[in-house]
Ligand binder design. Sequence first.
Ligand code: TTP
Ligand code: MG
Length: 406
Amino acid sequence: MARRIMHIDLDAFFVSVEQALNPKLQGKPVVVGGRPDRRGVVAAASYEARAFGLHAGMPLATASRLCPQAIFIEGGFPKYREASQRFMAILAEFSPYLEPVSLDEAYLDATGFESIYGSTHQMAVNIKQRIRDELKLCASVGIASGKVVAKVASELSKPDGLLEVAAGDERSFLAPLPIAKLPGVGKKTERILNGLGVHTIGELSTTPLSTLKSHLGASGELLHRYANGIDDREVEPPSAAKSISRETTFGQDTRDRSQLEATLRYLGERVGSELRQRGRQAKCVTLKLRYADFTTLTRRHTLGQASDTDQIIFDTGLKLLKGALAQEKQPIRLIGIGVANFVEPGRQLALLDSSAQRVERLNRAIDRIRNKYGFTAIQTGRTMRLKDIFPTDKEGYTLHTPSLSR
Ligand code: TTP
Ligand code: MG
């Protein structure tokens, strides 16, 4: 199936957020970056301001000379961050294959989504509409068989654009454009290529590879591929964390076995619950201890078979703890447990023996109840001991480092 990759980029992002919040700014030349009497540069310019030649990176003083009637505002990052989060949340509803690139820009793999929306074009129309309705912002969308052509297309379509390059048309679409439009061609590369008599992407695409390699090194090869519309890079969702852990420092250093084990059990359950929520199983369990003299020990154990159950996580952590306590007699200041080496759960429940099945079901039942009524709605035997030590609320025990232990 031919890939359909979308590049979505918000128009005049910082300025558009300001205009959405303050309608008086709409339709006017507006600059975010600061007062024109200050040193500094334009961060974003409205399209009305761009008509006067203003652009990002231009000194504010120059901007105000070219367009004295422009409205200059300082701007505020939290507003842009919030708008960005809402923008990405909308995109995530359209496809799970989403790669945020910056605050206002993302790639989305829409391959195979035609059947849902009628066409990829219609899907893009729907995305633009949701962004307009919910955020009062305007997005430009490029659609192509790969990232590079999709990005060039969205850029070219701005503002309020939507441009789809049909499969097979990538080269001819790029050919007439100046090389500076090709992602990866910066000022320096542009100068070198111009020196070789190369001005358009089409000319770049027919320049011998050996010439490009000798003048640009490895990037010459990449640019040659891009210029020919070849780009197999996948849309990569942000890499999920590679481990999950919880730890806490005790109010007082301790050697109390039952307190150590109860805390380990509790932290292990928090780890297990997040692991199951992420739909992963882990092959490795780690224990972390910090002693009264601040020396820190970490021990790890690799499981014969990946697991996501509280019992296996705790039992493994407990074994590591017992081994450590046998070796070192100092009181303990901090305890932590974690899991790593994730795998997708591959095996069928039916293949497990019946006692393992019971454990899995039990874990899921506990998760359901805790999701509904809070973490302390169910207490397993060992963690009851913590009641005497730590205050509880619906969310769980309030340990000394809540952010790490929740
Ligand atoms: P861009 O998407 O590059 O620009 P834009 O959204 O303002 O305009 P366009 O319609 O061409 O996409 O950058 C997004 C935001 O990042 C921009 O609104 C402000 C910020 N930014 C800076 O702070 N400094 C800069 O030099 C650039 C280029 C952007
Ligand atoms: Mg933008």
